[in-house]
Every structure is written in C-alpha cells, then in structure tokens.
Design a protein around this ligand. Structure first.
Ligand SMILES: CC(C)(COP(=O)(O)OP(=O)(O)OC[C@H]1O[C@@H](n2cnc3c(N)ncnc32)[C@H](O)[C@@H]1OP(=O)(O)O)[C@@H](O)C(=O)NCCC(=O)NCCSC(=O)CC(=O)O
Length: 401
C-alpha cells in the first residue's frame, strides 16, 4: 500500500489493510535446511583423474598434474555435483567452450536447481513447524538464474507457497549471495510485522562446467553443488518457534578498485568465471578494516570474544583471516569442516556453516560445556575481496537483555 500522506499510511497499515510496519524485536533465524545433489560424490584425491577422463583431456598431462597439486592444497576431501557422466555423454557441447551450450545448460538448471532448493527449504519448513503457506516473503539467490520466470517462482510453486508471497531473486551474486539474501530477509522481517521470510540459495556448477584449462583449474578444484534455506522472522514469535541466531546487525562493505578480481560472464558456451590469484591476500589485508567498519566503534577487545561463521572461500582465505585476526585454533572449525566435506558451494555455503555452528552449539549445550561465545560475526569476501560482508549474530535462543 502506498499513500502520499504518512499519517493515513500508518492508520491503514495498523488497521485491516495489512501487516503493521515494524516488528517488535530484531529478526532471527528460526530454522535451517541444507541439501546436496546425490548424483556424484567426488573424493578430492581422485578428482583430477576422473575429470580428465570424463572430459577426454588425459593427453594434457602437465595440466592434470597441476590440478592434482592444487587439489591437495585445497583441504577439501569431497564435493557433490549435479552433473553426471551420462549428462556429459548426452551433451558433448558442454566440454567445448567454442560450441554453443548455454541454452541446454539453462534448460537443465531451470528444472533441477529449484528442486535442489526445494529439498533444503522443505527441511527448514519442517523444522520451523508451521505450514508453508505462512511464509510471506521469499528471497532466492543463485548464480544460475538466467531466465524468467525464474527459480523463485518455480520454488514457490514446488512448495505451494501462497500466491501473495513477495518474491525477490538475487542473480549472479556468487559467494556473497547467501549472506546478502539473509541481510535482505532481516530488513523484510523487521519492517513487516508478522512476516516470515524463506531465504533459499541453490548453486550448481553445471552452468560453468567445461573441459579443464589454465583459467578454470582452481574453480574445478574448489567449487561444489549444494542448497541451503533459512526461515527468518522477527518477534513476537509464535508457539513452537525457536530463534537459533538473532540477526543483530548487518552491513556490506566494498573494497574499491577490486571489481576485476572475481567475475562471472555469460557466454554462448556457458558462464565463464575468473578468480584472481590475489583473492586470499586481498581478503587478509582488508578483513579487519571491514569488521571495524561493521562494528562501528563497538568492536570487542579481541576477535576471540566472538564465534565465527566465515564463508570458506578457500583454505588460504581462512588461514589469512585466522592470522590477521589472531584467532584461537578452532575458531573457524565450522567453516573448515564445511570446506572439507563439501567444497565451496558459493552462496549456499554459509547456510551449511550456520547449520554446523548450531549443531556444535547444541552438542555443547547437551554436554553442559558451553564454549561458543554468545556473539558472532560472519565476514566473507564476495566475488571479490571487494565485499567482506558482516553479520553479527546472537546464538542464544533468549533475546539480548
Ligand atoms: C588454489 C589453492 C588451493 C592453492 O593453494 P596454495 O595457494 O596454498 O598453494 P600454492 O601457492 O602452492 O599454489 C598451487 C598452484 O596453484 C596456483 N594458483 C593458486 N591460486 C590460483 C588462482 N587463483 N588462479 C590460478 N592459479 C592459482 C599457483 O600458482 C600454483 O601453481 P604451480 O603449482 O604451477 O606453481 C589456493 O590458493 C586456493 O584455495 N585459492 C582459491 C581461493 C579463492 O580465490 N577463493 C575464492 C573463491 S570465490 C569465493 O568464495 C568468494 C568469497 O570468498 O566470498
């Protein structure tokens, strides 16, 4: 409802016209769901051999040895992929960037990617305990959305959300897409009393996949497929709703002049992406300044006073954050575990890290030994070092007093 007269607007939104504007409390995550495709589970130690075999690239021996070296340095043990050997057999054009293949990729992703998101969202909704029709807003993020109607509408249909659900799609935000979607969900939940926002993110490397070459080798070693979903709502909470992480404050920060550092480009042969070798260094050099900006004069005396939900963009990124922030061993354990078990699933990864953190918290609660601090932060380079983006989270189910 729009109205030129603010006083009339207040009267209408307080009355029968719809939800009152402001929620009483900060937004919180009320449930988390994650999922991975089961088609192909790739142990990292045999990944290079398999990739070069299925892409008929075995003759590129030097490149294969380099990928083996890189894979060893990733600290990844396995990843999940939607793409199968059968699919590659049926689409030889996926192997040759000179052949047009974008249409076929978009067709496959359009059907399969929303289903991946559905699986994660269904888990989150089941945990939340309320009917899917109580969801008022949907924010969907993916780097594979290149058509309209897009994955947000497909997901809404698959989940039988109400027809009045307010949908937003974030496209090609890459690794920071999940955090940005959560950021938006907080604003939606806090500004629409009673709103319940489904945040979903699904990523499949199918849209970028190609035969190995010098430019895509690190991407081949790093990225995997997965989906995550979170229900976000602000208080008052209904019976049975249980805040997992209170979302206290969110900011986004861009490092100037780093636009070239990570990029994605749709081409006739699929999406090309570029990762500059400087990414881990730039994140290390800028993360503390971005955190200080985010905390706006209210930073803790030591970063160890917080728990951390860092997007595991790559092993050297986590190492640099550890070093620069002087974190105690284990502070990034949730991020490191997710990287080890799933690789970098771009925007979906942060949901896995949050899920891992709450599992660790639950374990500590059950054993009576609470180690995780109450407050936390979530920095991430995005598509670049350029946007470390930070959340402060409140992991106590009770509200801050
Ligand atoms: C590739 C790595 C596993 C390599 O590990 P190390 O750096 O410890 O090992 P190393 O220095 O010996 O490098 C091994 C070989 O990899 C090469 N190499 C390293 N990084 C490269 C890059 N970005 N592009 C091309 N080649 C690269 C080195 O030149 C070397 O080649 P040779 O052996 O020939 O000398 C790591 O650097 C890594 O994880 N980098 C990716 C980090 C990243 O950019 N993540 C962001 C993803 S996007 C994202 O997630 C956004 C976000 O963070 O929010």
């Amino acid at each position: 409802t729009y109205n030129a007269h603010p006083s009339a607007m207040t009267a209408r939104t307080n009355g029968k016209m719809g939800m009152r504007q402001q929620a009483e409390d900060p937004a919180a995550m009320l449930a988390i769901g994650t999922t991975n495709p089961t088609n192909l589970l790739q142990p990292q130690d045999v990944f290079a051999e398999k990739l070069f075999r299925v892409t008929k690239s075995d003759h590129l021996t030097e490149l294969k040895e380099k990928l083996k070296r890189i894979c060893k340095h990733t600290c990844i043990e396995k990843r999940h992929f939607h793409l199968t050997e059968e699919t590659l057999g049926a689409h030889p054009e996926f192997l040759d960037r000179e052949l047009p293949s974008l249409d076929a990729r978009i067709d496959m992703v359009a059907t399969d990617m929303p289903k991946l998101a559905q699986s994660a969202a269904a888990k989150a909704i089941a945990e939340w305990g309320r009917p899917a029709t109580d969801i008022t807003h949907l924010v969907f993020s993916t780097y594979s959305a290149l058509q309209a109607p897009s994955a947000d509408l497909k997901l809404a249909t698959l989940l039988s959300l109400r027809t009045t659900v307010c949908r937003t799609i974030l496209s090609l935000h890459g690794c920071y897409g999940g955090a940005r979607a959560l950021h938006l969900a907080k604003e939606l939940a806090e500004n629409n009393r009673g709103a319940r926002v489904l945040v979903a993110c699904a990523e499949t490397t199918l849209i970028c996949f190609g035969s190995p070459n010098r430019a895509n080798l690190v991407g081949h070693a790093l990225f995997g497929d997965g989906a995550g979903a979170v229900i976000v709502g602000a208080g008052p909470f209904s019976e049975g709703e249980r805040p997992l992480f209170e979302m206290v404050t969110t900011t986004q920060n861009t490092i100037p002049w780093t636009e070239h550092v990570i990029s994605m480009q749709a081409t006739a042969g699929g999406i090309d992406f570029h990762l500059a070798i400087q990414v881990p260094m730039l994140i290390g050099q800028n993360v503390e300044r971005c955190l200080l900006d985010a905390f706006d004069g209210d930073a803790p005396a030591s970063w160890n006073e917080l728990f951390w939900a860092v997007h595991p963009g790559g092993r050297p990124i986590l190492d640099n954050i550890d070093t620069v922030l002087k974190l105690e061993p284990g502070k990034l354990a949730a991020s490191r575990r997710v990287l080890r078990e799933y690789g970098n699933m771009s925007g979906a990864t942060i949901f896995f890290v949050l899920d891992e953190l709450r599992r660790r918290r639950k374990k500590e609660e059950d054993s009576g030994h609470l180690l995780l601090p109450e407050w936390g932060a979530r920095p991430s380079g995005r598509e670049s070092p350029s946007r470390p983006c930070c959340f402060a989270l409140h992991a106590n189910p009770c509200r801050r007093s």
